[in-house]
Design a protein around this ligand. Structure first.
Ligand code: HEM
Length: 174
């Protein structure tokens, strides 16, 4: 579906450039859904609370170090239907985005320490993904099925794939 969209939008050009990225609605939802399930920065930058507060009946003392788990929030069943499923369509109505006001989806963080690279990197991600989708059809090696695809991560300062991504590109001729 994502590669159909890219090929439809850039049909006349025969290559992908920045001019029509705004028309790639579905590709953007795929990027959002990927960032929801696999935010590279699992834990946001540490904060300190400037006031005593209560959370779930626990008193949080003044100036505690607060570490927000963006990964767990992005998978919380209270905020997401079928939270563990990859469903880009959930972003299609545009009511939730990563700009830091929807606290259930904060792959770039929120507030004063929100990622300053966010608006720079979003179109870059779209451009890279759109190019890869336009020029190639991607298949899994050795008859592997998408549902068996291993998406486990190694958690460190940033989360990355546990096993190398192995895909077979087939050149697309428009
Ligand atoms: C997909 C790509 C990226 C993701 C998911 C990401 C995510 C994040 C997150 C979650 C934070 C912490 C925000 C918080 O705690 O509220 C952060 C901070 C930061 N990001 Fe990014 N980032 C990305 C790309 C970039 C790029 C391309 C740049 C620079 C061009 C950048 C520069 C920074 C800087 C300088 C900070 C620290 C801000 C501070 O100290 O307050 N990031 N990023």
């Amino acid at each position: 579906m994502a590669n159909e969209e890219v090929r439809r939008v850039y049909e006349n050009e025969g290559f992908v450039d920045e001019s029509k990225l705004h028309q790639l609605k579905y590709v953007m939802t795929v990027i959002q859904e990927t960032l929801r399930l696999h935010p590279p920065l699992v834990l946001l930058l540490p904060r300190q609370n400037s006031e005593i507060c209560q959370i779930d009946g626990y008193e949080i003392p003044l100036k505690s170090t607060v570490i927000i788990n963006a990964w767990a929030i992005g998978r919380h069943p209270q905020y997401w239907n079928d939270a563990e499923k990859f469903q880009p369509e959930r972003f299609i109505d545009g009511s939730v985005d990563f700009k830091g006001t929807n606290f259930e989806f904060i792959p770039f963080g929120a507030g004063r320490r929100i990622c300053p690279g966010m608006s720079f990197v979003a179109p870059i991600l779209e451009l890279i993904i759109a190019n890869l989708l336009y020029h190639f059809d991607w298949k899994l090696p050795n008859g592997e099925k998408p549902e068996d695809f291993d998406m486990s991560e190694i958690f460190g300062a940033v989360a990355r794939r546990k096993h190398d991504l192995c895909l077979v590109p087939f050149t697309y001729q428009p």
